[in-house]
Unconditional design. Structure first.
Length: 251
């Protein structure tokens, strides 16, 4: 954590206390860190709980927003200009607030949007915010996909699995194997424990001695909102096949 980030967190925390907002009123459940790519969007899984005396708030059409930690001291002041508004990503709450679901989508992301974000509920009579934040890391490049290769034995059918994150479910990545080794490839979308999603390409094939020391590539192709050209990431692996040894008896 940088000194600047620590100072911003301290400012947020002290602001919440000085405003006499009761932290026990609102409790938000979000992942600690989420990663997305410039030009894409990001789904933020979010659930919240409110103390009993405030339980009717989700049904009263409250104003819900996400606030950036680095801009905290400027909110609700005359110094918060159009320039600062442009520094905020386009945000939409897509969850059902009546069911205490604050899941949201950030759109048109750029690396300048990397920051800590705090969920905020405001009504005519009260304002609530939790000190727990989600850190959004927006990168200009993609991380390598994750590849799982089991022990390969000649003649025994196996699965090679390649998994890439799907931070923007409306524009999921296309995950492929090249070459496909004459096998069958199945794509699956998985919901992770923290509410995020990932896409896996499962290559089912039968290894032979011809596959030994062969390089295969997993490629994840991520469509972007702001460009026609998608963003690519890949990982290569060298196969090691345990060949069947024919004994004199088997001959």
């Amino acid at each position: 954590m940088t000194l600047r980030m620590f100072a911003a967190d301290l400012l947020v925390f002290s602001s919440i206390l000085s405003a006499a907002w009761c932290q026990s009123v609102l409790k938000v459940s979000v992942p600690k860190t989420l990663i997305s790519t410039s030009g894409s969007c990001l789904l933020i899984p979010c659930l919240f709980n409110i103390s009993k005396e405030k339980e009717n708030i989700p049904d009263s059409s409250p104003v819900v927003t996400w606030r950036r930690g680095s801009l905290w001291k400027l909110y609700d002041t005359d110094d918060f200009t159009n320039t600062h508004h442009q520094m905020e990503p386009v945000m939409e709450v897509v969850g059902d607030l009546g069911k205490k679901n604050c899941t949201s989508v950030m759109r048109n992301l750029s690396s300048q949007h990397s920051d800590r974000y705090y969920f905020r509920i405001e009504t005519k009579t009260s304002t609530m915010i939790d000190t727990k934040a989600v850190y959004i890391n927006v990168s200009d490049s993609l991380a390598e996909p994750d590849v799982t290769v089991p022990v390969l034995r000649e003649g025994e059918k196996v699965n090679l699995t390649c998994t890439a994150p799907a931070p923007c479910p409306s524009h999921p990545p296309n995950v492929i194997w090249a070459p496909a080794l004459g096998g069958d490839v199945t794509q699956r979308t998985r919901m992770n424990a923290d509410g995020t999603q990932s896409v896996s390409a499962i290559l089912n094939f039968i290894p032979s001695f011809q596959h030994h020391e062969l390089k295969v590539n997993c490629v994840s192709i991520h469509p972007l909102h702001r460009e026609d050209k998608p963003l690519l990431s890949h990982k290569s692996v060298i196969l090691s096949v345990e060949c069947e040894i024919l004994t004199q008896h088997s001959l």
